[in-house]
Design a protein around this ligand. Structure first.
Ligand code: SF4
Length: 492
């Protein structure tokens, strides 16, 4: 078959994955588009890191790309060519940035990640194999990634934003295997689906989009439904034939996994450790401020003080219960599209939350990090923001500690499991019933691309974001009320 960089990498990770991509692509689950967009944005910017370059335009007719590359290589002197394309025995590759200095070549593979994943080494080794077999003298192979320690101040500095990792030795060490890998891949690409068994390759280097397809015969609940267990451990049990909860019931497992299995198999009653719940509830004092941030990330920092993939807050929802009998109040903030949202958000937040009050978040480490980052950025608001952070309580604690547990939580303490487990069939608390945005990554993507939309579309999306975030804090209020209810029942 005609191999490309991505097909080769798929093929050596799991031959069935490549086979399914080729013959049953309709079974593939959706890959988030934003990841792809991030990749292309980084790739475009990285083209400039070595200065002037000749770009080989993408063409579905690969022969045209090969022709254009030949022409570019005829240029005299040292050159940089982006997307330089080559073919050796039906093995095709486009090199992100090819540099020619004298008669030596340098391959640069650009990734939008902040670390070198081992699969990148396979990718660049395959490119070296092609160029080397075509007679090019490749002296150096680099993987270019984003520098997570880079903090933008003023103009983007490409030499600081990107890290160039010399992986020449790793590439040379892999050369012996490549020919055989290519032969193996080709011999498996017959009409017959490979009988590959599940393995760590289903999650590593990436979540495989065919996992649902490959596990469709398994009854639920099964080992892959155990919450919190590493995937490698799950695969170990799977390979031993310990797959269903019945199979696992008598195994010596972490007590939390055993509890999940027992509750789901035996339909057990809710577990309530009322002493611990009450202890936790006693740490919460009126007035109560239920806070939730929405954030987005960008690979290329657009504003000062931002690093690649840093969480940038753009929205919050705040429910306030000032005293036992006070009505529930709601405050919210959603930044304008296409601006740095942090200053206006921080200013509004310190107006909405006074100092020395009890602020409640669910999984507060996230909210605390956002507050710390804002405090580091704005010295005039620092004291207030850190005061909010230091007075924060985590509503997740009773669920994380399994002081309150039922089978519908399925071993998880995430609010997305806890909420429907505590309030089944409540349409008001069902994220599926929201009009546009149903989860955090949808909210991030919606805001990150909001400025590209028409005024009308922006209005609809903003409305979707507001009702989504409001439900996050309203859900926290309902969970807190439920904890109050079970504590009251104890007293009665
Ligand atoms: S889910 Fe696992 S076995 Fe199935 S195609 Fe993907 S990597 Fe291969």
């Amino acid at each position: 078959m005609n191999l490309s960089k991505s097909k080769y990498c798929e093929g050596i990770t799991c031959i069935k994955k490549l086979w399914l991509s080729t013959y049953k692509p309709e079974e593939k689950e959706d890959i988030k588009e934003s990841v792809f967009e991030t990749g292309t944005e980084v790739g475009e910017l990285a083209k400039k890191i070595y200065g002037k370059y000749i770009d080989i335009e993408f063409n579905t007719d690969l022969n045209q790309m090969l022709e254009d590359t030949k022409k570019a290589l005829n240029t005299k002197g040292d050159i940089n060519i982006t997307e330089a394309s080559f073919n050796y025995n039906n093995n095709f590759c486009s090199v992100d940035i090819l540099r020619r200095v004298g008669d030596s070549y340098e391959i640069n593979e650009v990734k939008s990640s902040t670390h070198v994943n081992p699969i990148y080494l396979e990718d660049i080794s395959y490119q070296y194999y092609i160029l080397n077999n075509l007679g090019y003298k490749v002296d150096k192979c680099n993987i270019v990634i984003l520098n997570s320690n880079y903090v933008r101040q003023g103009k983007l500095e490409l030499d600081k934003l990107f890290l160039i990792n010399d992986v020449t030795n790793e590439v040379l060490n892999r050369q012996k295997e490549i020919k055989q890998n290519i032969i193996d891949i080709n011999s498996n690409m017959t009409k017959e689906e490979p009988k590959t068994s599940l393995g760590t390759c289903c999650k590593d280097p990436y979540d495989c989009p065919f996992f649902k397809y490959c596990t469709k015969e398994l009854q639920h609940p099964n080992i892959f439904d155990i919450s919190g267990m590493t995937f490698t451990k799950k695969i170990d049990y799977y390979k031993k034939g310990l797959i269903s909860f019945k199979d696992l019931e008598k195994e010596e497992l972490n007590p939390k996994y055993i509890e999940q299995i027992e509750y789901e198999l035996n339909n057990k009653e809710d577990k309530l450790d009322l002493t611990s719940i009450k202890e936790f509830m006693n740490t919460l004092e009126y007035p109560l401020y239920f806070l939730d941030f929405e954030t987005y990330q960008e690979a290329i920092p657009q504003y000062d003080g931002i690093s690649p993939y840093m969480q940038i807050p753009f929205q919050y929802s705040l429910h306030v219960k000032k005293s036992k009998n006070a009505p529930l109040e709601h405050y919210e903030f959603l930044a304008e599209a296409g601006i740095d949202p942090r200053r206006s958000l921080a200013e509004q937040l310190v107006k909405d939350i006074p100092k020395d009050v009890c602020t409640i978040a669910y999984n507060m480490s996230f909210e605390r990090t956002v507050l710390k980052n804002l405090a580091e950025l704005y010295s005039d608001l620092r004291e207030h923001l850190l005061n909010i952070r230091d007075n924060m309580k985590d509503l997740m604690i009773p669920f994380k500690n399994r002081n309150y547990y039922n089978k519908d939580m399925q071993g998880s303490y995430s609010i997305k499991y806890v909420l429907p487990a505590l309030f089944p069939n409540d349409p008001e608390l069902d994220y599926h019933n929201l009009p546009l945005i149903h989860k955090g990554d949808e909210a991030s993507n919606a805001y990150a691309t909001l400025h590209l939309k028409s005024k009308e579309e922006q209005e609809t999306i903003r409305q979707g974001l507001l009702v989504y975030c409001e439900l996050d804090t309203y859900a926290m209020v309902k969970i807190w009320e439920q904890l109050q209810k079970v504590c009251r029942n104890k007293c009665n």
